[in-house]
Design a protein around this ligand. Structure first.
Ligand SMILES: NC(=O)c1ccc[n+]([C@@H]2O[C@H](COP(=O)([O-])OP(=O)(O)OC[C@H]3O[C@@H](n4cnc5c(N)ncnc54)[C@H](OP(=O)(O)O)[C@@H]3O)[C@@H](O)[C@H]2O)c1
Length: 317
């Protein structure tokens, strides 16, 4: 099994004081490590999460380690567009700059559920909530250039447990087709990649850089709808590690690279990937950046349509 890609050490020596970041789903897994690293380097970080008590607890633990930066906890439920609007309003009232938005929060392979606004849960949480959040914060991101938006996608945008990733514009919310939790996850993760790609086009020349990432197969809570966490974390952990599962600090490397590496600003819209389960062998090794093997990930018409449809669905503009 190939080793995970790691950031060059100098990236973690950058002084981020005076920089402000938002990390969604910052209370757990990859998001939590991202918050910690940014605060360690002196940044002001907003840990956005739906369970505020849990967020406060995690922030307290991090602060007790004497990080140079500041961590602020703010409530955000991406499965409820009114919560997304309230979060953005609060942020804009209290902050005059935003240098990086990390659209990290996500759910995987959920049973069929709808968000508060009636969207299928995985598309609604992973993509549509983040789409609205990004739109609401774009004016400030533009004012704060150079700034970045990183969308955490997955190699499952290509193939999720054997199902090819595609956007079904005829039935985005599984009202006509039979629900499949992996098909829905793949659709939402392809939407994350296309979101970053189309946003890069819209923002060309503004100084806002966008990227999408596949963090690797990471030992986090994400799998809890598929198997009990103790099976991943105890029973099968050595086996999974041998099979390529990595730890959260390794899983946060791709996000931090996309967010901080200077060379990424000339690659806006690109996809950065750890090793992953892709349809072709070459892609399996990952790459910073990587050309996705999924043809839909390169389709301008699909990216533009998704942008328009998402805008309509979230009632923006
Ligand atoms: N782990 C992997 O192998 C892997 C592979 C590819 C891609 N990813 C992607 O990596 C990202 C981070 O996941 P992770 O692996 O770090 O898993 P995780 O530990 O489960 O973290 C997911 C985070 O998203 C939050 N979240 C879920 N629904 C939300 C909602 N409605 N509103 C706000 N926050 C919500 C969770 O909050 P709660 O703590 O309240 O549930 C949690 O903080 C996800 O986008 C995932 O798709 C992960």
């Amino acid at each position: 099994m190939s080793k995970p890609l790691l950031c060059p050490p100098e990236l973690f020596n950058l002084d981020l004081s005076g920089q402000t970041y938002i990390v969604t789903g910052g209370n757990s897994g990859i998001g939590l490590v991202t918050v910690k690293q940014l605060a360690k380097q002196g940044a002001q970080v907003v840990l956005a999460c739906r369970r505020i008590d849990e967020g406060e607890l995690k922030a307290k633990e991090l602060k007790s380690r004497g990080l140079r930066g500041e961590i602020e906890v703010s409530e955000l439920d991406l499965a409820d567009l009114s919560s997304v609007r309230s979060f953005a309003k609060r942020f804009l009232e209290n902050h005059s700059a935003l240098h990086g938005l990390v659209n990290n929060a996500g759910v995987m392979n959920t049973p069929f559920q709808r968000t508060k606004d009636g969207f299928e849960m995985q598309l609604g949480t992973n993509h549509l909530g983040h789409y609205l959040l990004t739109e609401l914060l774009l004016p400030l991101l533009k004012k704060s250039v150079p700034s970045r938006v990183v969308c955490v996608s997955s190699c499952f945008h290509d193939k999720a447990m054997g199902r090819e990733g595609y956007i079904d514009f005829e039935d985005l919310n599984f009202e006509k087709r039979k629900y499949d939790g992996w098909v829905a996850y793949g659709q939402s993760k392809l939407a994350n990649l296309l979101h970053a790609r189309q946003l890069a086009k819209r923002l060309a020349g503004t100084g806002v850089t966008t990227a999408s990432v596949h963090p690797g197969w990471v030992r986090t809570n994400l799998i809890h709808q598929t198997m009990p966490l103790w099976i991943q974390n105890k029973l099968l952990r050595p086996l999974f590690r041998m099979g390529g599962m990595i730890e959260p600090w390794e899983g946060a490397q791709t996000t931090l690279y996309a967010l901080l590496a200077p060379e990424v600003s000339s690659q806006s819209g690109a996809f950065f990937s750890q090793t992953g389960i892709y349809r072709n062998r070459k892609a399996k090794k990952g790459g910073w950046p990587l050309s996705s093997p999924n043809p839909q990930a390169h389709d301008d018409a699909i990216a533009e349509k998704l942008d328009q449809v998402s805008r309509q669905l979230v009632g923006f503009g």
